[in-house]
Design a protein around this ligand. Structure first.
Ligand code: PLP
Length: 355
């Protein structure tokens, strides 16, 4: 039987998407060829890329608004660098809410001044800083919408005139936002969209072309836009699976429909973490809790073996916390069924009752 997969990434994908992907590896579009052995310039694959790009914009409500969607390689980690390469002329502003923001800041410093507008680092990133000022003379403001490792999530974003750039790797397509507030959004596929190997970059074209340095082709957003995300051989399989996931989401009713289910899952689990005296949440402010990654721990470490044994018996996988936080982390991405969260909650109750 398939396990209840709470892995933080790579992570669960819809079962139907997995099935169709497997079929395409053997026989793509009844061509009697594998998706893996055809030209990326073939009509069939160009359709896949076009469809994936337009579905991404459609879900975000960004069609015909001057945005382009790209499927690049190098992970979200390469975007830390590409963002600064393409946008940072003199000064940038970053909100530091976790390991990933920290890494983005490190890369940006190679290209210019970085103003850290606020940070929760001294508290091991267990809350989201508020009431900070974004300097008006910065080239852009960068933030991380969901902190996968620590389990915090931004519920609001600053109002600013300068372009807002957001790493949405672990909560893209999970909740409705006014995405037009952002000038650049990027997300590694492997948290909520597909397998590792491609990164979605959604970019408002008019923010480009403003830095004076020359940019190597592969790192230049404009080059990828001009080549319709086919400057070089794209990651055909990850792009195909991402397209299938975006179609799956559309059939389900889009972001607003999945958001309702995500809210139910998060409420169910957090209610149990708060109710059950054996457990405590990691995030200090409840309003900062992530609906994608719930971090929690046992109050009494001696129960760890028992709890872990119960998890195993129930077929629950991927619940270990990140090494920098410890404890447990339940990642509840779009494809995780509500039922899996119920199984986890049942285990938590059973351990409390000493069952
Ligand atoms: C996983 C993750 C990354 C890193 O993604 P890679 O594709 O491994 O480079 C960056 N930011 C966030 C928020 C993440 O969750």
């Amino acid at each position: 039987m398939k396990k209840h997969n709470f892995s933080a990434g790579p992570c669960i994908l819809p079962q139907s998407v997995m099935q169709k992907s497997a079929e395409a590896v053997l026989n793509f579009n009844n061509s009697n060829l594998s998706l893996l052995e055809i030209s990326h310039r073939s009509k069939d694959f160009v359709e896949v890329m076009d469809n994936a790009r337009s579905l991404a914009l459609e879900h975000l409500g960004l069609q015909n608004k001057g945005y382009q969607a790209l499927f690049l390689q190098g992970g979200a980690s390469l975007e830390f660098l590409m963002v600064a390469y393409n946008l940072l002329e003199k000064k940038s502003a970053y909100l530091n809410t976790g390991t990933w923001s920290d890494k983005a800041i490190k890369e940006a410093k190679l290209f210019g001044e970085v103003v850290e507008v606020a940070t929760s680092k001294s508290e091991n990133f267990n809350f989201i800083p508020k009431n900070y000022n974004v300097p008006k003379d910065a080239d852009y403001f960068h933030c991380t919408s969901n902190n996968t490792i620590f389990g915090t999530q931004m519920q609001s974003f600053p109002e600013t005139e300068i372009p807002m750039v957001c790493d949405m790797s672990s909560d893209i397509f999970s909740r409705q936002l006014d995405f037009s507030k952002f000038s650049l959004i990027y997300a590694g596929a492997q948290k909520n969209m597909g397998p590792a190997g491609t990164t979605l970059v959604v970019i408002k074209e008019d923010i480009l072309g403003k830095v004076s340095r020359s940019i190597p082709s592969m790192l230049n957003y404009k080059v990828h836009i001009d080549k319709e995300s086919m400057f070089n051989t794209p990651a055909v399989f990850p792009v195909y699976v991402s397209m299938l996931t975006l179609e799956w989401l559309k059939d389900l009713g889009g972001i607003s429909a999945i958001e309702k289910i995500n809210n139910q899952k998060a409420e169910l689990l957090y209610n149990e973490i708060d109710r059950n005296p054996l457990f405590e949440g990691f995030v200090s402010n409840k309003e900062d809790r992530s609906k994608m990654n719930a971090t929690f721990n046992l109050r009494n470490d001696e129960l760890k073996a028992t709890f872990d044994d119960h998890l195993k018996q129930a077929g629950i996988a991927g619940l270990n916390g990140h090494r920098s936080v410890g404890g447990y982390r339940a990642s509840m991405y779009n494809a995780l069924p509500l039922e899996s969260v119920q199984v986890l909650v049942d285990v938590m109750e059973a351990v409390e009752k000493g069952a």
